[in-house]
Write a protein that binds this ligand. Structure first.
Ligand code: F7E
Length: 331
């Protein structure tokens, strides 16, 4: 029997890597796509033609009940969210509803399907290191007190505890991956790594002269998204559902990121290429994130394979190739 998986957030960075991983393992992959005439669905049809797209929205419980009934999944990966932290202050209600309330809707849809069909489903919730916020312990682990610092972080805490609650209340096989920042050439350009690597590529090609950023002193534990989706899958292969921190255990500032990215194009001193704009500084910052993933390493046998240096350099090289192709396209 082919294993069936339903992924929400299929058109995002993680959704695409996870779809590839599951497809390679022989899964039948279903992906939930929101919105009418969504251009990301067209791109997905080209890049991942084997994904069976289902229309649905995390805000619309009936659409989720129908989606789960249609996919009849063995595994559900709830990756869908409004994921840009800065945006969440401007759109706090919407972020709470989608990123927080959407988890409850997904859990309810899965529970209803299980109860009505007798078919057992394993559920993965994409929790986030943003839940640690004003971090009360260094490094952060599964037991570290959660102190979110943004509407996004608060919404993720809601989804995290709701997942635990459904596990404890209904015996659902529901696991949360507390994923620290994870990046790739597929990362959206609003996030700082890709914003920097794309700008550096364009500077190298003479297409722009500098990059405008906010707080350069924040520190993040950045890994490679392809490694992190493997951890999601591993969590759902365990007999018992649980929560796991997924991280590299190394932290770097935005300045370190700039050092590596500019070094890749032979610029050791980037001072005159970077402008600070206070509008990019957040109302409340998460200053330091560094994760302790020893539980995932010992229980799941998971470990990251890509270093920070390799990750950022590969993103710069990808962006140089992409920007070159774009700038030489016929008008
Ligand atoms: O910011 C600083 C900014 O937007 C990283 C999401 O995937 O990871 C991500 O959240 C840091 C922050 O990611 C700019 O202040 C400086 O300290 O790349 P980011 P994030 O907020 O850490 C977690 C784990 C998630 O769950 C989220 O969904 O970089 N920073 N200057 C800037 N950030 C941005 N975006 N743009 C700047 O110009």
């Amino acid at each position: 029997m082919t294993t069936r998986a339903l992924i929400t957030g299929i058109t995002g960075q993680d959704g695409m890597y996870l779809a590839e991983l599951l497809h390679d393992k022989g899964y039948e992959v279903f992906g939930l796509v929101a919105g009418q005439n969504n251009p990301k669905a067209d791109l997905l049809a080209v890049s991942h033609p084997y994904v069976k797209v289902i229309s649905g929205n995390l805000l619309d419980l009936v659409s989720l009940i129908r989606a789960v009934a249609h996919a009849k999944p063995d595994e559900v990966y709830n990756l869908g969210a409004i994921s840009f932290v800065a945006y969440s202050w401007e759109n706090a209600r919407l972020t709470s509803d989608v990123t927080g309330g959407g988890v409850l809707n997904m859990l309810e849809a899965v529970r209803y399907f299980q109860d009505s069909s007798g078919h057992q489903v394993r559920f993965y919730q994409a929790s986030s290191s943003e839940m640690f916020g004003n971090a009360q312990e260094v490094p952060q682990r599964e037991s570290t007190l959660l102190w979110p610092r943004s509407p996004y972080g608060v919404a993720k805490v809601y989804g995290h505890y709701m997942t635990i609650n459904y596990r404890e209340s209904y015996g659902m096989h529901a696991s949360s991956g507390i994923l620290f920042n994870h990046e790739s050439p597929r990362r959206g350009v609003e996030f700082v790594t890709r914003k920097v690597t794309r700008a550096v590529a364009r500077i190298q090609l003479g297409l722009q002269t500098g990059v405008t950023l906010g707080n350069l002193d924040a520190k993040r534990d950045w890994g490679f998204a392809g490694d992190y989706v493997r951890a999601m899958w591993l969590m759902l292969q365990q007999d018992t559902a649980d929560d796991y921190v997924i991280s590299t255990g190394e932290t770097h500032s935005i300045r370190d990121l700039l050092d590596v990215a500019f070094d890749e194009i032979g610029i050791p001193d980037w001072d005159d290429k970077v402008t600070i704009d206070p509008t990019y500084v957040r109302p409340a910052e998460v200053d330091l994130l560094i994760g302790d993933s020893s539980k995932a390493r010992s229980v799941l046998g998971w470990e990251p394979t890509v270093t920070f240096d390799q990750l950022i350099r590969s993103m710069v090289q990808h962006d140089i190739a992409e920007q070159t192709a774009l700038s030489t396209q016929p008008q």
